[in-house]
Design a protein around this ligand. Structure first.
Ligand SMILES: C[S@@+](CC[C@H](N)C(=O)[O-])C[C@H]1O[C@@H](n2cnc3c(N)ncnc32)[C@H](O)[C@@H]1O
Length: 130
């Protein structure tokens, strides 16, 4: 069980990654997680239609960042906090700007040097509903 959370949803476009996540959940005796295969910009609006809301949303997109439709859907879910994990600071800056317009203030960005001796840097941003 992921402690402190009533329910956790995981969304990923690659089915094999979801299979691995299911195996990981089983190996860790986690029974409060539901995994959904699909494009998050389509899955999240469907979840909203089903009445699902979130207190915290964590995104970890590829370098191109999040689709605008996903950012709009996340704001419609109205979470208190968003955690944005990014491997491309330019698309991170673009998406944080959109999220700011949608009512989410960036409180903190922590760079993590996961790729020493290269120009790449991973960043973790913490956003709070205004
Ligand atoms: C930076 S990786 C994050 C990996 C993940 N945090 C992990 O530890 O396995 C980005 C992930 O987003 C997935 N992805 C790309 N486009 C997506 C989309 N439209 N909807 C959902 N997942 C997507 C990719 O398949 C990839 O696994």
């Amino acid at each position: 069980m992921l402690k402190g959370q009533k329910k956790v949803y995981g969304v990923e476009i690659v089915p094999q990654a979801i299979n691995n996540a299911i195996e990981n959940a089983k190996a860790n005796d986690t029974n409060n997680v539901e995994f959904i295969v699909g494009e998050s910009e389509k899955v999240i609006p469907d979840m909203i239609k089903r009445g699902i809301r979130a207190e915290v949303v964590v995104v970890d997109p590829p370098r191109k960042g999040c689709e605008k439709e996903l950012l709009y859907a996340i704001s419609e879910m109205n979470p208190e906090r968003i955690v944005y994990v990014s491997c491309d600071s330019s698309t991170l800056a673009r998406d944080l700007g959109i999220l700011d317009e949608l009512g989410y203030k960036t409180k903190e960005i922590q760079p993590v040097d996961m790729f020493p001796q290269t120009a790449h840097v991973e960043c973790v941003a913490r956003l709070q509903r205004k």
